[in-house]
Write a protein that binds this ligand. Structure first.
Ligand code: ZN
Length: 349
């Protein structure tokens, strides 16, 4: 039997593993769920014949290092077992941690990020073992439980255990299927700068009749944010693109060969067009090679639906994430200069 035939034969078993994994609430806010998920995974690695070690770090859930196979070359596979919060809970059709298959798709919190990829990799190893095949190289799995909250302990943990993690290459957590139904191999991922900004411009909330004379922190934040990005998607932060390297001829040749169904993507997003009305090669170039400046959340004042309250709020808050491309300077202060300059005279940032 080929490995893919073994996978087909064991399909239900592997989907069962995924269902088990997705039933465990491994949320940052649920240390017991994290511990349970870590133990589940540890047992799976042991079943697969791996040597497993817990990498502990004070204040962080244990990471697992599982090693298997022999050879001169080593591939490190990175995954994480924690998941994003379930909010907004009202939008769930089924319970986040009660996996449900609808139209051939399994719905659960964390199934796509990152338990599906992780279990697929475990299943691949199992299929290899069932066929008594030798792994072609040494494989090290590094699976942490703190990724969704910024991997705060990861750097220190890597510094402490670095020699154990040495490898010739690394496969990152995510994988996907392209629009032609083929498995994707992605060489690289964008980086991330995340900014949380509170702009307080008044000592206290005021009655909105005072808006004629009292500066509004909410307007100031909205005006400052509007200076960060042009409607066509170009980021207006000073120096934002300075270090960005344009795609090479080779990159562009690969892009030209990628199947990308724009209509299906528009339909999935529920939009008429893409940012900047891009399409074709321009759209793909933007998608793969350009950085972003995204408003992840913005909140201020009174937002209870269906009622009114005449308030001039004392502060406004927002969260911005920027996806960064290679060589781009993630110097947040510099990147934000335009918005800071706008906000500073009006109040405290
Ligand atoms: Zn992830």
């Amino acid at each position: 039997m080929s490995v893919s035939e073994v996978v087909q034969t064991n399909r239900d078993t592997y989907v069962g593993w995924l269902t088990e994994a997705c039933s465990i609430p491994s949320l940052a806010t649920n240390p017991e769920g994290l511990a349970q998920m870590c133990s589940w995974l540890e047992a799976k690695f042991v079943d697969l014949g791996a040597r497993v070690e817990r990498l502990s770090y004070p204040g962080a859930p244990d990471a697992l290092l599982a090693t298997m196979g022999e050879g001169d070359r080593t591939v490190l596979i990175y995954d994480h077992y924690d998941v994003q919060p379930v909010d907004p809970i009202d939008l769930w059709v089924s319970e986040p941690f009660r996996p449900e298959v609808r139209d051939g798709v399994l719905y659960a919190r964390g199934v796509a990020d990152n338990k599906g990829d992780l279990v697929a990799r475990l299943a691949a190893l199992d299929a290899y073992r069932q066929e008594n095949r030798q792994l072609p190289c040494r494989i090290k799995f590094l699976v942490e439980g703190e990724e969704e909250t910024g991997s705060k302990s990861f750097e220190a943990m890597v510094a402490r255990h670095g020699d154990k993690l040495a490898a010739d290459g690394c496969i990152w957590e995510g994988a996907g299927i392209d629009h032609a139904g083929r498995g994707e191999v992605v060489f690289g991922a964008k980086g991330l700068a995340y900014v949380e900004l509170t702009h307080r411009g008044l000592a206290e909330d005021q009655h909105s009749s005072l808006a004629v004379i009292a500066p509004s922190p909410v307007w100031h934040l909205v005006e400052a944010l509007a200076t960060l990005r042009a409607p066509d998607g170009r980021v207006l932060i000073d120096g934002f693109y300075d270090d960005v390297i344009p795609p090479s001829e080779q990159d562009l040749a690969v892009l030209a060969d990628l199947p990308f169904d724009e209509e299906a993507e528009r339909e999935r997003l529920g939009v008429q067009g893409f940012v900047g009305d891009d399409s074709g090669p321009d759209l793909l170039r933007r998608y793969f090679f350009e950085p972003t400046c995204n408003i992840a959340g913005i909140v201020a004042g009174f937002i209870e639906p269906g009622t009114s309250k005449t308030v001039l709020p004392k502060e406004a808050r927002c969260k911005i994430d920027m996806r960064l491309v290679p060589h781009q300077n993630p110097d947040v202060k510099r990147a934000w200069s335009r918005a800071f300059i706008r906000l500073r005279p009006q109040g405290r940032v």
